[in-house]
Write a protein that binds this ligand. Sequence first.
Ligand SMILES: Nc1nc2c(ncn2[C@@H]2O[C@H](COP(=O)(O)OP(=O)(O)OP(=O)(O)O)[C@@H](O)[C@H]2O)c(=O)[nH]1
Ligand SMILES: [Mg+2]
Length: 194
Amino acid sequence: MKNPFKNTAFLFGVTKYKNLPQDTGVEILLSGRSNAGKSSALNALTRNKKLARISKTPGRTTEINFFEVEDNFKLLDLPGYGFAKSGHSRKKDWGPLLGEYFENRKALKAVIVFMDIRHPLKPTDLEMIELCESFEVAYVPVLTKSDKVSKNILMKTIQQVSKVTNAKDVLAISSTKETGLEKLSKVLLKFRDD
Ligand SMILES: Nc1nc2c(ncn2[C@@H]2O[C@H](COP(=O)(O)OP(=O)(O)OP(=O)(O)O)[C@@H](O)[C@H]2O)c(=O)[nH]1
Ligand SMILES: [Mg+2]
């Protein structure tokens, strides 16, 4: 089958609310702590290793990066929250943008909350989940780097995250081993089509 994400292209990065593009179509936010593996997941999904920059230094993504999958369907790669280094100034920039975005954006259909399977449900993850719940935006927890844990831990962590959140689905992926990506792409496409 043709990969529906194959033609995904980088559009631009935005740091200010007023610079957002027209509020049309479907936008899905890719959120998560810095280093959670958001950009890697985007690259794996699109099978384009060069699409989103993958950094070994946490906190490298500093703006909302818009990626267009197709007309009227965009994935937004967010700055990682929970910066270890020089976090303050970035967090200050990001706060109002995120709030305004959630409050006003009609195109926002869902938020993917990426969490390293070895460190799920940190305070910033819970904050993001609460933000989604308070604005009634659908969210999907996606546990990343599943190649780093045993099957047993994988199952247990999925159960734990299901229990703590009200999420219907909890997914697990490995971008390096390319597992769990089909399910993730199905979930994303469902938001596009709903
Ligand atoms: N083993 C393993 N490592 C991964 C996987 N996905 C990402 N990584 C590694 O985790 C690190 C962070 O990945 P990124 O994709 O840059 O993380 P990010 O969430 O985009 O980080 P920021 O842009 O800083 O918020 C990199 O060193 C990746 O190589 C995975 O599935 N398995
Ligand atoms: Mg990134």
